[in-house]
Design a protein around this ligand. Sequence first.
Ligand code: UTP
Length: 290
Amino acid sequence: MINKAVIPAAGLGTRFLPATKAQPKEMLPIIDTPTIQFVVQEAVDSGIEDILIISGKGKRAIEDHFDRNAELEARLEEDDKNGLFNEIRHLAEMANIHYIRQKEINGLGDAIYYARFHTGNEPFAVLLGDTIIDSVMPVTQQLIDAYAQYRSSIVAVERVPKDKVSRYGIVGGKKISDTILDISEFVEKPGINEAPSDLAIAGRYILTPDIYKALENTPRGKNNEIQLTDALMYQTKREPVMASIIEGVRYDIGNKMDYLKTIVEYGLKRKEFCDPFSEFLRKKIKELDK
Ligand code: UTP
């Protein structure tokens, strides 16, 4: 039903400079795995094998990462001390990945508009290339399940503390069930008293093909860029757009503090690091508490 995913990854990553001056933010590693590899894996785990990455200037490392590297493979095949041969080989085979370059960085809405010839008349998933969501069921799968019921564009949202709403894009609307809201408004970074809810947009979407018409009718907004939320607002005025409250924890890698937290969380999850890393953290906390 949802066969294609679009991963926007062309942004400049200005919040993560200087690291992102000459390397894609989407390649920032969580220990040894680039962020975008988790994102591609989420799409694949949700049954999607056709993936379009919106790429751009300075993003070649993403293409190289999901391509074969004959020299490296030959070396690992000869001497695979760490059992990495299969893992490296698998990267080029995990999905059918296509690329298109966003020629000017004109915002997330503009990036998605580049996908129109690839997705055509089909609904498709969007996964931000700089956002990882740790969950039992992949969040894209959660959205696909919701799409099967509502057949409309669906925005993944997560609850955030009320005093932090001003950091996020917040949705408001009518509650349809415990996890679904019929959206009537999108508010970018509202003040605590203006926020219509505590539900923040979480970087995953299912979009119906009408979004392209909405994008064509969306003028430049915040930062003089074409904003996806403005196009969704246009869509909301003409047809239902739902929010699905996801189960999972979101990490926005493009934000330095979230990146740091992600490394700690994923470090603790890894069998080989869990014990020594916990010991290190406990020692650090004791030092801080002194
Ligand atoms: P962000 O707004 O977080 O990315 O976009 P950014 O603009 O690169 O970040 P800062 O604010 O300058 O630090 C979320 C995702 O959308 C992509 C980004 O690459 C990121 O994965 N994006 C954003 C595009 O593909 N094109 C754009 O014009 C903007």
